[in-house]
Design a protein around this ligand. Structure first.
Ligand code: AMP
Ligand code: GLY
Length: 415
């Protein structure tokens, strides 16, 4: 088989990618993968791009990089220079995600709508702003990569002081500063495009449920669920988002001559004043991917090969809807309990179970992470997909697990 792909990463997003690649007849490796992925791909454990280059010197697979950390470390540049095709932006372009401070500067420079924000470089500086503030809530964001958990919506001055006390002694929090940002109200959308840094095409729009519970004041997580395709956008909104959110970033990538072969993700807040960018990510979202990939009928090897080659393949209309529900360990996100036994039950039609933090034990499976499984229901409508997802969950025996019960309910405005 001359179709060969290596997927980098260890989450449910990568399991969804591996599963889709397998349907298009490829030999698939994953590094480092996880328990579920090991059932569908050959596992290697490479800690650096140099190890990948050496290990795959003869096979030279297409490399699809899932997570942000290897992108921020420049794996795609190293592999590309070694002549290996890669889905993923250059390290310099990955700064759009790895430094929220720099992303804000670019958004300002290119007049991209975003919340007003300034960056504190020390606890003292932030303490002074908190003391003077009269308008709450505010949003505090660590500029560095923090797995979705470095952002806190702070409802009032007292909560701000408590958070500051917690962060003040942590050097890593201050290494690239803390953004102090105005709070925006609206509905969140995840719009992702495949791009070569000049042209781009939309993947189906998804909605991510970022909070731990339906309570809007509950903590942010890496994502507790997703639906795709999400909403019908109002007439003209696609063009508005292109003009205000994506075209300027393409201009930035061109101005700076940055290499980009992959997915650009805009986390948007749809406000009464139009779309505002909350963040750019330089890769596919998780759990959005688990909902998007299964609704597209594509030859995924061909698709990602074209992206790696700098083409922007066309994307079909979604042929179904998906609702993805994350099953997390008790105690997630702060102190997830690991080692819990899991029995998945038998497979059911119209569902997929992607693994994020599992390993095989002598009996069946056990949990070994915060987000453990993403259970996806498929259907001709979101409601049908949702009922399939929750029906599948009822057949999973995972004591003490936690999941949101409202993923895909239309009345849920804000994730
Ligand atoms: P980010 O990583 O910057 O996308 O932030 C994570 C989550 O925090 C977002 O998905 C929103 O739910 C929330 N958030 C971030 N910035 C703001 C803001 N300015 N106003 C309201 N909510 C925000
Ligand atoms: N679901 C949000 C993210 O992947 O960052």
């Amino acid at each position: 088989m001359d179709r060969k792909v290596l997927v980098i990463g260890s989450g449910a997003r990568e399991h969804a990618l591996v599963h889709a690649l397998r349907t298009s007849e490829a030999r698939v490796w994953a590094s480092p993968g996880n328990g579920g992925i090991s059932e569908e791909a050959e596992i290697v454990d490479a800690g650096s791009w140099q190890e990948i280059r050496d290990r795959f010197a003869d096979t030279r697979p297409l490399v699809v990089i899932g997570p942000e950390v290897p992108l921020a470390e420049g794996w795609s540049d190293g592999l590309r220079e070694a002549g290996i095709p890669v889905v993923g932006p250059s390290q310099a372009a990955a700064r759009l995600e790895s430094s929220k401070r720099m992303a804000k500067e670019i958004m300002q420079r290119y007049h991209i709508p975003a919340a007003r924000s300034r960056t504190a470089h020390s606890p003292q500086e932030l303490a002074e702003w908190i003391r003077q503030e009269s308008r709450w809530p505010k949003v505090f964001k660590q500029s560095r990569l923090a797995a979705g958990k470095g952002v806190v919506v702070v409802p009032n001055q007292q909560a701000a002081k408590t958070l500051l006390t917690r962060w003040a002694g942590l050097d890593a929090v201050w290494q690239d500063g803390v953004l102090y940002e105005d709070f925006l109200e609206g509905t969140e959308l995840s719009v992702q495009v495949v791009t070569n840094g000049r042209d781009y095409r939309w993947l189906p729009v998804a909605q991510d449920y970022k909070r731990l519970t339906p309570d809007p004041e509950s903590p942010n997580t890496g994502g507790m669920g997703a639906v795709a395709p999400a909403l019908h956008l109002p007439v003209g909104m696609t063009e508005t988002i292109n003009r205000q959110v994506f075209d300027p970033i393409m201009q930035f990538l061109q101005d700076e001559r940055l290499t980009y072969r992959g997915v650009l993700y805009a986390g948007l807040m749809m406000t009464a004043d139009g779309p505002y960018v909350l963040e750019y990510n330089v890769r596919l979202g998780d759990p959005e991917t688990e909902a998007i990939v299964p609704v597209l009928d594509l030859d995924w090897v061909e698709f990602w090969s074209q992206v790696a080659a700098g083409e922007v393949p066309s994307i079909p209309e979604p042929s179904r809807s998906a609702v993805a529900v994350v099953m997390a360990a008790h105690g997630y996100p702060d102190s997830p309990k690991t080692g819990m036994p899991i029995h998945l039950g038998s497979a059911q039609s119209n569902t997929l179970v992607f693994h994020a933090g599992t390993r095989r034990n002598e009996d069946d499976w056990e949990s070994q992470g915060g987000r453990v499984l993403t259970v996806v229901g498929l259907g001709s409508t979101i409601d049908e997909a949702r009922s399939h997802a929750y029906e599948r969950i009822r057949h999973i025996d995972f004591p003490d697990s936690y999941y949101r019960e409202d993923i895909g309910i239309r009345s849920t405005v804000q994730g």
